[in-house]
Design a protein around this ligand. Structure first.
Ligand code: ATP
Length: 527
């Protein structure tokens, strides 16, 4: 059948797209709300049978890019529970706060800094609208740089943004909660639910979950669920350095759960209360940190771009306010369905953490540099990526609705998840054309050979067209169909998910074809 792809987008707006994506994730076993039968738990999600596979593949891509491809990076797996003093030393007990504000009419709670950032985004959107309008009017002769440098409305809005940014930065820097509220009032921010400007004062809220260690609550010690994985690496810095005989510069990578009692729990798996981080702390000589900061910024961006989700969907964003531990920080942002938002942070953390642990534990956290013949506390550059957010970038980009023109001129529709083939949960579906004549047995034989290398699925139910649609909907890059000719010539047709093109190939070729198209190695070679 010569299907022709007709239209990839029914002018779906991003909000609709996002809702459909959430429904699709549930329908096909990617993501379920936690404890759904009890009406769910806010901002906590479970990964289903396909979600768990995709997550595992993302982890492998990240882990291999760090640990396999760098001789001087090793991986660890530290516990979630840590001594409570760790969080005193790291600054989390005293400073891991978000400024929150309530709307008195809707009773909804917001992060004050997020409201202000959204207000700023709205002004940016006005500028972009102006630019788009002008680009249409002037056509090929349009000079964007000249336009933004001279158009009065653009200049006025840019001035507004600059002033807002300056005030916002100062308020964050000085922990000036009153001014954060004043900015919200001055920029006429309204609650999206009630539509009013009836705001409470801004207060600080600590994001760590506290729990008790020990069986008898009277002697119990308060401990925290870790809010980041990084501290497990810092406290093990010397253990790894000594036992692994590591020489500076070297890195320690880790993938693990982190917990934050987020104030605003919206946007699906973008902001969860239990989530997973993939972090790497790179220990360097003091003074070399800026070189490594730039190096890791570029490396991490290349890792994202190799996924093929569109280079234009990524951008760097320098922090308005540096965290208490950092001397440089940048985010990699992705264009999610709800706008450009942080995906990964790259931070130059100085010697802050190791110094703090040295002070609080009374144990030396120093490295002996044989070249310089001296002891010092190393500096750290970290890359900190959210696994769930990476998952969301892939799903959001993958979800596509297509209208296809059939041979008879009528139209068909399909939903296809164009997940990067190397990360797809199921790599290959094997489909006997009919349930008899030895075709199912042939299909099983092929799976029994391929299953050691690739996650395969067998499906014999319904028409072949419907089976293709089911595989499209879960993002399987290839379908192999077994027909009567297969028995005679030991050949099958292989169908490509994205182009829907089919090709007849010999069964012996399948392993090579799949290796070439779905291998993680190809992805890693692009970084
Ligand atoms: P945000 O400003 O969005 O709250 P953050 O700056 O607090 O994020 P970091 O502390 O730098 O985040 O954490 C590193 C990464 O961990 C983030 O870039 C993000 O991908 C991920 N992350 C942080 N908080 C969450 C969360 N609540 N849910 C899912 N992922 C998260």
């Amino acid at each position: 059948m010569a299907h022709q792809k007709f239209d990839t987008d029914y002018n779906m707006n991003q909000e609709d797209l996002f809702k459909k994506l959430i429904a699709h994730s549930k329908e096909y076993g990617y993501i379920f709300q936690s404890s759904e039968i009890y009406d769910g738990l806010s901002a906590v999600y479970d990964y289903g049978q396909l979600g768990a596979e995709l997550k595992k593949n993302i982890k492998e891509y990240w882990w291999n890019s760090m640990v396999l491809l760098h001789e001087n990076i090793v991986g660890i797996d530290a516990a979630i529970f840590m001594h409570p003093k760790v969080w005193k030393a790291s600054g989390h007990v005293d400073a891991f706060n978000d400024p929150l504000i309530d709307n008195k009419d809707s009773k909804k709670r917001y992060r004050a800094d997020v409201l202000i950032e959204e207000a700023r985004e709205k002004i940016y959107a006005k500028i972009n609208k102006e630019v788009d309008k002008a680009a249409k009017r002037f056509g090929d002769t349009f000079d964007k740089d000249q336009f933004v440098a001279t158009n009065q409305r653009v200049l006025d809005n840019q001035a507004k943004i600059d002033e807002l940014t300056k005030r916002f930065q100062a308020a964050l820097e000085n922990n000036d909660l009153a001014d954060l509220k004043q900015i919200i009032i001055d920029y006429e921010v309204v609650c999206p639910i009630s539509g009013t400007k009836n705001w409470t004062d801004v207060r600080q809220f600590n994001l760590m979950f506290e729990t008790k260690l020990g069986s008898v609550s009277e002697d119990a010690n308060s401990i925290y669920l870790r809010p980041e994985t990084a501290q497990g690496i810092f406290v093990n810095f010397l253990n790894v350095q000594k036992s692994g005989r590591m020489k500076l510069p070297f890195g320690i990578a880790q993938i693990g759960k982190a917990f934050r009692n987020e104030i605003v729990a919206r946007q699906f798996i973008f902001r969860m209360r239990e989530f997973e981080q993939m972090e790497m702390q790179f220990f360097v000589r003091p003074g070399d940190e800026m070189l490594w900061f730039e190096y890791w910024k570029e490396k991490r961006m290349a890792w994202h771009k190799a996924l093929g989700l569109g280079d234009g969907n990524y951008r760097f964003h320098d922090h308005d306010k540096l965290a208490h531990y950092a001397n440089a920080a940048a985010d990699i942002e992705f264009q999610f369905p709800f706008g450009f938002k942080e995906l990964e942070g790259i931070h130059s953390r100085t010697d802050f953490d190791l110094n703090q642990h040295q002070e609080f534990s009374g144990k030396k956290m120093q490295y002996f540099d044989t070249e310089l013949n001296k002891n010092y506390v190393p500096y750290v550059v970290e890359t900190s990526l959210g696994l769930d957010r990476t998952f969301l970038t892939i799903l959001a980009h993958a979800y596509t609705e297509e209208k296809i023109e059939k041979e008879d001129g009528s139209f068909d529709e399909r939903v296809v998840l164009k997940i990067p083939a190397a990360l797809a949960p199921v790599k290959l579906a094997v489909l006997p054309l009919v349930k008899k004549d030895g075709l199912p047995e042939k299909a099983r034989e092929i799976i029994d050979n391929l299953k050691f290398d690739f996650n395969c699925q067998y499906d014999e139910k319904d028409s072949i067209g419907r089976r293709y649609r089911r595989q499209d909907a879960i993002g399987t890059p290839f379908c192999v169909t077994i027909d009567h000719e297969s028995l005679e010539t030991n050949t099958v047709t292989i169908r490509n998910r994205d182009t829907m093109e089919q090709e007849r190939v010999s069964v012996q070729q399948l392993t090579e074809i799949l290796k070439d198209k779905v291998s993680m190695r190809k992805l890693l070679e692009k970084i």
